[in-house]
Ligand binder design. Structure first.
Ligand code: F6P
Length: 192
C-alpha cells in the first residue's frame, strides 16, 4: 500500500523567536533535523519510489535538501498568509490588534488575517494539491503547521472546528496509509 508522509520543516529562526509567517532559514537544530531525515525515511520505505513536495519557502527547501528523491515545490503549500501580522509574535499581535486576536480565538477556522488568509481559505487553496495527492504513490510533504493541519484533517475526516488545533509537532514524521475507510497512522519523532 502507498503511504503519505507529512513533516513540518525543521525548526526555523522564526520558530526560535516566536514569530509567525516569514521566510526565515532553519536554526541549527532545524539543520540537524534536515540531516537526520533521510535515514528515517529510507529506513521506513526501503527502495520504494518516493517524491518529496515542499513549499516555496526556504525552511521547507532546506529541510528537504539531503533527501535523495525527486522534489517538487508547490506555491499552494506555502504557510497560511498572516497578512499584516506576518513576522510578529502572538504577544505583538494581541497588543496591536486586540479585537482581531479575540476574534481568532472565537472562530479560528473562519478568522481571516487582515490582508491575509483564514484556515477556510487554505482548505480551498489546497484542493488541487489534494487532488494530485490522491493520484500519486508515496509522497513526503515537508510543510508548515497550518497547511499540514488541513491535509491531516482531510485524510482523517476531522471537523473544521477541530482542524486549527490539531497537534503537528516539529521534528516528527507522520505516516498515513490510506485504507478503504480512513487511514492508518504512525508517528516517528527524532530526538533533536
Ligand atoms: O509559528 C509557526 C506557524 O507555522 C506560523 O507561521 C503560522 O502562522 C502558525 O504556525 C499557524 O498556527 P496557528 O494557526 O495556531 O497560529
Amino acid at each position: 500500500p502507498r503511504s503519505i508522509f507529512f513533516s513540518r520543516h525543521g525548526e526555523s529562526q522564526f520558530n526560535v523567536e516566536g514569530k509567525i509567517g516569514g521566510d526565515a532559514p532553519l536554526s541549527s537544530r532545524g539543520m540537524q533535523y534536515a540531516q537526520a531525515l533521510p535515514a528515517l525515511i529510507t529506513d521506513n520505505i526501503g527502495d520504494a519510489p518516493l517524491t518529496v513536495w515542499t513549499s516555496t519557502l526556504q525552511r521547507t527547501i532546506q529541510s528537504a535538501q539531503y533527501l535523495p528523491y525527486n522534489k517538487l515545490t508547490w506555491k499552494s503549500l506555502d504557510e497560511l498568509d498572516a497578512g499584516v501580522c506576518d513576522g510578529m509574535t502572538y504577544e505583538e499581535i494581541e497588543q496591536a490588534y486586540p479585537e482581531d486576536f479575540a476574534n481568532r480565538d472565537e472562530d479560528k477556522f473562519n478568522y481571516r488575517y487582515r490582508g491575509g488568509e483564514s484556515y477556510r481559505d487554505v482548505v480551498t487553496r489546497l484542493e488541487p494539491v489534494i487532488m494530485e495527492l490522491e493520484r500519486q504513490e508515496n509522497i513526503l510533504i515537508i510543510g508548515h503547521q497550518a497547511i499540514l493541519r488541513c491535509l491531516y484533517a482531510y485524510f482523517h475526516n476531522l471537523p473544521h472546528d477541530d482542524l486549527p488545533y490539531i497537534k503537528i509537532p516539529l521534528h516528527t514524521v507522520i505516516k498515513l496509509t490510506p485504507k478503504a475507510y480512513g487511514c492508518d497512522e504512525e508517528r516517528y519523532t527524532l530526538p533533536i
